[in-house]
Design a protein around this ligand. Sequence first.
Ligand code: ARG
Length: 292
Amino acid sequence: GSAPPASNWCCRFARAMPVVQRLAKPCKILLKLYMAKKLLVLCMAALMAMAALVAGCGGEQKAAESEKVLKVGVNADFAPFEFQDENGKEYQGFDMDLIRAVGEEMGYKVDINNLNFDGLIPALEAGNIDVCISGMTINEERKQKVNFSDPYYKSGLSIAVAKDNESIKTFEDLKGKKVGVQIATTSAAEVKKIDGVHVKEFDSSADVFMELRAKGVDAIVNDSPVNDYYIMKSGETNVKALPDLLTSEDYGIAVSKKNEELLKEINAALKKLHENGKYDEIFTKWFGTTSK
Ligand code: ARG
């Protein structure tokens, strides 16, 4: 009596086997499909992440493109107008604060580039920079090549000599003397007018001061506020600046002749800064007095 159920169970199992076998194939396919789907989901997620990243980058790029940048050329060795802090990173000075304020007024991000002084006008002409602010005197020769903004600072040249020098008191006394100047400056042009002078030209105004300290020259000629600031800041006790100004000069922001629109914007911004007190604030910060 008990065999039939067993055989029955056995038979059922035996009969079921092909079914299992038959089911195995679709199961495997389903499993494969399931895994494929999982892979697909993973791929899609990765793709979406990448797409988001690319879109994000594109967005940033668009923002950067729409942010107007003002490429400014300076020769940052002319304190208190333009110089770099001890680490040689941050640009400081009257000109630097002024051009940042001008840029802000115009809605531009200011990008400062340090160049040799004699390379500034060529860089403007070549379109490598948009403007130049560098204690640059407005004069006829330069006006042939670039446009200048309205004057933003009144300056002039002065002579500096060793403190114990009693022979040089005036411009005429420079005759036959060794005089240090910075290349391509109004100082260089003025000193070259003197008969029998030995002009020594240097790339930077710091090099000019160094030469005076090293007694490689009898005197130097430089912008008077720069001479004064150097003597005050360096604690230099062996150098004195003579009180007389040799010239009267106006500093201007130089702009390429091709960019009349930018020149107008700069003049409008300068006007605004004079009106709203920002110019005076910057002036007082660097010169301790208010501008007239
Ligand atoms: N004012 C003088 C000139 O225009 C000297 C300017 C020098 N500026 C400078 N950043 N090194 O020739």
